[in-house]
Design a protein around this ligand. Sequence first.
Ligand code: ZN
Length: 476
Amino acid sequence: MKLTFWGAARQVTGSMYLLELEDDYRILIDCGFDMDRERGKEDDLPQAFPGSVFPFDASTINLVLLTHAHIDHSGNIPNLYREGYEGQVLCTSPTIDLTHLLLTDSAMLHRRKLHNLAKKKKKSQMPPPNVVNEWYIEKQVDAAMDNFVGIAFQQRFQIKKGLYVTFIPAGHLLGAANILIEVVQNGKYRSILFSGDIGRYNYPLLPDPANVPQVDYLICESTYGGRYHTPNLEVEAELEKAIIETCIEKPGRLIIPSFSVGRTQSLLYTFNKLAIQQRLPPIKVFSDSPMALQSTKIYSRYSKMLNEDARQFIETHDTLFDFDNLVIVEDLKNSKAISNYREPCIIISSSGMLEGGRIQHHIRHNLSNPYCTILMIGYSAENTLGRQLLDGISSLRIGDQQIPVLAKVKYTDAFSGHGDQNDLINFVKQQAPERLKQLFLVHGELESMEAFHAILKAEGYLNVAMPEKGQTFVLD
Ligand SMILES: [Zn+2]
């Protein structure tokens, strides 16, 4: 059996791994969008299939397994179908709904880019063809979604004789899984665990990551392999502190850039808890993202799959996300009208890295306002506007405007959806080092991986690889 690392190899995005069994049955685990390529990083792979998005023939894949909905894990699935894949995508039911939402959003973005591209005349303004090839539109998303099949957590599901998959709850995002693959071929049993993204313990709404069994091969994410979250941070206390400092003491407006899917629901739930405990001052909280509204509906629909705390909360209060003073902003006109609202308030809007979406006009209007605080709550990739703000830049270029930064910029990791180095080590430590044939680190920048690698070595995990893109390993 062979495993090839076609993405998230020494980088965070583009998760895609190809597992080829002895009988040539081919399974693709995740099929994510490579944001590094999108941002112009050179792709140095030989183009075996000119014009193709993939370095392999999509029509030869037999099955796709999807760990969770995030676009860096799911974003290229429509392209797989465009290029001839005819099989199914197996994932949990919430992952189907969230993936549909995220892929449709990507398709709308692609449509806009294609429209702009048609207007460009100069060759120098064109993005490279490998980037343009990745742009799909809504009807291609719908065609792909017809082939998604939902399977339950913790059920050992037989794909065919000698091939079983089990989806194990990973925390991180509603429906997110670690995927266990068990193969019996030529009388030999082998187990391989793909981590997906590993969530945190005691995270708002989500169940803790479940325990995983001993396996022969482990493929482990390492986003925060080199970092610790601030210990003992309580999300409610963190949020309350920011609200009091900004909206009561100054008083001004608090802007929270937030991913619409997952992160915003955790925030709204935390606001709701503060409201119930009468710790939320009587100010308006604007939730300004159409996609967040859709995602909130999906979280409500699957409330039985949320953690014990959330299930009890809904039993007592009948709602997870709805509280007095919450204003759901649906259309763009009302979104823009928020800048005319003069009272202290809270604005939650996307995108989390400030790279697009309605957050941009809120930032544009408030960046030079010393009475405003921008609270960053998530990871911002290099070269994004979010990262520049976090790095303390004194003026920010948004579109054709250069805006001085007079607002206060703060960061909290209380809402981060990824486990830190401790969580990752504890995840790996469920494996006895002498029984683990090999451990592969993926989904991390090289620096994080190396830090994680060093700790793993000290813990007795000696056979650890950090595969390069396109590297193949024989799993015997
Ligand atoms: Zn993720």
